[in-house]
Write a protein that binds this ligand. Structure first.
Ligand code: PMP
Length: 428
């Protein structure tokens, strides 16, 4: 086994410099089981970060399904195979009846890229509206969604994108979603004025990359009405928020009270096996397939479908959505107790097994405690708990464990966080 220093050197040499390591003192993980990870020295970590192994690291049912299918047949998707039909049938069964067909992909980026092209095909327009601090993927097209890349790169495709400020329930409350809807309406009008027309609004319905503001259930209804009135499509990117994460519904758009025209997904879908998808109405998929030559060699291959089917069955059989809701509620209570105890916690938020707290230097002016948040994350890692941070100011603890996370796991997390908050000084 290479030392950490050797791994870091070889990463720079072989993968190019600047690949993020997550920690000042990186962890070399070699094994996972359930909610636990082990490093090369045999140290055990509680994984509170990872939404990919949604039904637990190396879930036996998923491992068995992958091995069985890999030992029977795996090939590209031109051959007829029933696994993809069984899977899409089961997947679409978790959504509104209008969302009845799917294109299978290998990643979330690809799913979003295809969704935008579907919107172009369906509406004949190109103008897209998105939130400004989001992430929707890495293709030339979707890497332009969000302001982190200048519009001049990515073949200049950014000219078709306009941005609204992401909601922020802590600093700019918008309880009924009307302010957000009005901002989207303004950008739609700007697209019309520029001659692009309006094709779609693309959003994560729980705004996970943006710090998951605490909006009421049903919050997206006003913006969905604006989108429909303007003749565009509503694309919900459920790459992070889907598969029961919020603990109330299988999909966050259901919690937010809307039926999208297109839903994209990835990350947890195969529990780590690469698989993604775009679920939509048959009419939209039909229009897309007539207008574009679309083929995907690996998307929906037999092994991907076997893995993804095992994930859905595991969520269903173990009632993991309700479980996420119960454990998430306990976690929120523990976070509120820490809010009472530590001034540095400005706000607590979350639903199900996505929860966190925003760290501030001052509760009055809400100055982000960004460096403090980094110190907390590193101290937690040294006590064997892995989690991350996110949000516009990178000062919100992001806790997003595999769904089998238990009350006991949550107690270990919060007992440790309590110790770390007591020991870490707010000013370095
Ligand atoms: N959408 C969202 C909301 C994401 O968080 C991500 C990945 N972080 C993607 C899309 C892209 O998915 P992938 O990395 O599988 O291409």
């Amino acid at each position: 086994t290479r030392s950490i220093a050797d791994i870091m050197r070889d990463r720079d040499r072989l993968l190019g410099p600047g690949v993020s390591t997550f920690y000042d003192d990186p962890v070399h993980i070699v094994r996972g089981e359930g909610v636990w990870l082990w490093d090369a020295e045999g140290r055990k970590y509680l994984d509170c970060y990872n939404n990919v192994p949604v039904v637990g690291h190396c879930n036996p049912r998923v491992v068995e399904a992958i091995c069985r299918q890999a030992g029977t047949l795996n090939t590209h998707t031109r051959y007829l195979h029933e696994g993809i039909l069984d899977y899409v049938d089961k997947l679409t069964g978790t959504m509104d009846a209008s969302l009845e067909a799917a294109a299978m992909t290998c990643t979330g980026s690809e799913a979003n890229d295809i969704a935008l092209r579907m919107a172009e095909g369906m509406t004949g327009k190109r103008g897209i509206v998105a939130t400004d601090a989001t992430y929707h993927g890495n293709t030339a097209l979707v890497s332009q969604l969000g302001r982190s890349n200048p519009p001049s790169v990515g073949f200049g495709l950014g000219q078709y994108f306009r941005f609204v400020e992401a909601p922020d329930s802590y600093r700019r409350p918008d309880p009924d979603g009307q302010t957000f809807a009005a901002a989207v309406e303004t950008e739609i009008a700007a697209h019309e004025a520029e001659g692009h027309g309006f094709a779609a609004l693309v959003i994560c319905p729980y705004f996970l990359n943006e710090g998951f503001p605490q909006n009421a259930d049903g919050w997206l209804k006003p913006v969905a009405e604006v989108v429909r009135r303007a003749g565009g499509l509503l694309i919900c990117d459920e790459v992070q928020s889907g598969f029961g994460r919020t603990g109330t519904h299988m999909w966050a758009h259901q919690k937010m009270g809307v039926v999208p025209d297109i839903v994209t997904m990835g990350k947890p879908m195969g529990n780590g096996h690469p698989v993604g998808g775009v679920v939509t109405r048959a009419e939209i998929l039909g229009t897309f397939r007539r207008g574009y030559r679309y083929f995907n060699t690996f998307g929906g291959n037999p092994v991907s479908c076997a893995a993804a089917m095992a994930v859905l069955k595991e969520i269903e059989d173990k009632d993991l959505v309700a479980h996420a809701g119960r454990v998430g509620e306990h976690a929120r209570q523990r976070l509120f107790a820490l809010l009472d105890k530590y001034e540095v916690i400005g706000d607590v938020r979350g639903s199900g097994l996505i929860f966190g707290a925003e760290m501030v230097l001052d509760r009055e002016d809400k100055t982000p405690a960004t460096e403090f948040t980094d110190r907390v994350i590193n101290a937690m890692r040294h006590r064997g708990i892995i989690h991350s941070k996110l949000g516009r100011h990178k000062n919100t603890l992001k806790i997003r464990p595999p769904l089998p996370f238990s009350i006991e796991n949550a107690d270990l997390l919060f007992d440790t966080l309590d110790e770390v908050l007591a020991e870490t000084s707010v000013h370095a």
